[in-house]
Design a protein around this ligand. Structure first.
Ligand SMILES: NC(=O)c1ccc[n+]([C@@H]2O[C@H](COP(=O)([O-])OP(=O)(O)OC[C@H]3O[C@@H](n4cnc5c(N)ncnc54)[C@H](O)[C@@H]3O)[C@@H](O)[C@H]2O)c1
Length: 432
């Protein structure tokens, strides 16, 4: 079982563990290294979970050098969509995970004891921990965004961006080789509603593109993340809740392509040892990036319309219940599953969830803050049919047990955060 009290990733100096660690390490740095009084702070006092620190059978950790695993070089495909820019930002500024720090200390400790056995163990641990936790896990230049669209200037200037069409295998391989990529996050896709409007293109991007990605990842020993979706289930799946393993007979090209991705990724894992990791995301809600044509888009649009016009026309029925998640939770889950030790993953494709609500429930929560909001319903039959075949609630207990998944945002926090963000944005726009 997971120790849920232990955070997997250092978010920054504000965390109490991090501050305590810095204080102890600073004291240690001032102390003499050899023949000194032993420091009494034991490593276990820094709240590790045994699951996170056990050394693993993870193939990629054994196959690449210490410095490569310490600083993965990440390529994000389809990076200019709703999720990619946020993920790049999170990775570029993330600190080392507890797991990486511990693993690194073990390696360095062994090397140092070999060279200099007078160095006191505890002093060494603390100094290394201090140094490692002050390092960026990835660093700005080690996270490359890619897409076939032209990036807006703020994205272009925020870190490396490269043109990449996932249908062009040679170009993909060149990028991976030239940039010494070790992690690949594959976000390119056509989502559910736009996929139904252009099935041939959706089939090419979501299926042929995925084949290119799988081959590149297997060929170059990459750790590969491919998101799946609630849309990978269909009307014959149990809908409330939907477990990880059950009948999957989706009725959209999007859903079919995502089931294909899950199965192909798992097949490559078993057949070729590909380090494939996959999360089934619920509908993702974000304030600063636009959704890309999915069935859950209404849950983003309502906030923009509520702030700008005070009126919202919903394209799903008021009682359509779907699983949803705030973007920060989604991106953190992605980083956490990518960093999880391989031996903690009892499966390669996990459901993750945060909350589940209907348009009516969401509108009521928004109206608590903006009582004048008027909501009307003009049903889009394509989107409604898709939503009616999708899970109403997601069972994500395996993710919670295996790698400590835990969401931060429930419906009230989500609504407050979205309104704060969009409200301040529109006030700035009005002032300008
Ligand atoms: N956003 C959600 O609510 C949600 C929910 C479940 C799963 N997902 C999955 O997460 C991933 C990212 O979702 P998103 O919302 O950011 O998608 P999005 O539609 O906003 O962005 C997809 C990106 O893929 C790019 N793309 C299209 N064709 C391409 C090609 N040939 N080569 C390279 N790039 C190409 C597009 O230009 C676009 O920027 C997708 O795989 C999606 O299925 C998203």
């Amino acid at each position: 079982m997971c120790d849920t009290s232990t955070p997997l990733v250092f978010a920054g100096d504000s965390m109490p563990v991090f501050r305590a660690l810095s204080k102890v390490a600073k004291q240690a740095l001032l102390a003499p290294a050899c023949g000194c009084q032993p420091l009494t702070v034991a490593i276990r006092n820094i709240s590790f979970s045994p699951r996170q620190v056990t050394s693993g059978s993870d193939a990629s950790f054994h196959s690449v050098s210490f410095s490569e695993t310490d600083h993965p070089k990440v390529l994000i495909t389809g990076g200019l969509g709703q999720l990619g820019v946020g993920l790049a930002k999170l990775l570029r500024y993330a600190h080392c995970s507890i797991y990486t720090v511990y693993k690194s200390i073990n390696l360095l400790h062994c090397r140092c004891i070999y060279k200099c056995n007078v160095l006191h163990k505890n002093v060494f641990y603390i100094i290394k921990l201090y140094l490692l936790t002050h390092r960026k896990r990835f660093g700005k230049n080690n996270v490359i965004l890619s897409d076939i669209r032209k990036p807006p200037s703020n994205v272009f200037h925020s870190g490396p961006f490269i043109y990449s069409d996932i249908l062009d295998y040679k170009n993909l391989r060149e990028i991976v080789v030239n940039n010494r990529i070790t992690w690949l996050v594959h976000y390119s896709a056509l989502l559910s509603a736009v996929g139904e409007a252009n099935v041939a293109l959706a089939r090419a991007v979501n299926i042929t593109g995925l084949h290119n990605i799988l081959d590149i990842a297997a060929e170059h020993g990459l750790r590969l993340f491919v998101p799946s979706t609630i849309g990978a289930f269909g009307p014959t799946s149990p809908r409330n809740p939907t477990p990880d393993l059950c009948v999957q007979r989706p009725r959209t090209i999007y859903g079919v392509s995502k089931v294909h991705a899950e199965l192909m990724g798992e097949y490559y894992h078993h057949r070729y040892g590909l380090d494939f990791r996959c999360l089934r995301y619920p509908g993702i809600i974000s304030a600063d990036s636009q959704p890309g044509g999915g069935t859950t888009d209404y849950a983003v649009q309502i906030f923009h319309d509520a702030v700008k016009t005070g009126k919202f026309e919903c394209n799903l029925k008021p009682d359509t219940r779907l699983p949803m998640m705030y973007i920060d939770d989604c991106l953190r889950a992605t980083l956490e599953v990518m960093e999880a030790p391989a031996e903690s993953l009892s499966m390669r494709t996990y459901n993750i969830n945060a909350m589940s609500f209907t348009p009516e429930e969401l509108a009521k929560e928004v109206q608590k803050q903006l009582p004048d909001l008027q909501v009307t319903y003009e049903i889009d039959s394509v989107r409604q049919a898709i939503a009616d075949s999708w899970p109403m609630n997601f069972d994500d207990s395996n993710a919670r047990n295996d790698w400590c998944w835990k969401h931060d945002y429930d419906l009230p926090e989500l609504v407050q955060t979205m309104l704060n963000f969009i409200g301040s944005d529109s006030r700035i726009a009005q002032a300008n």
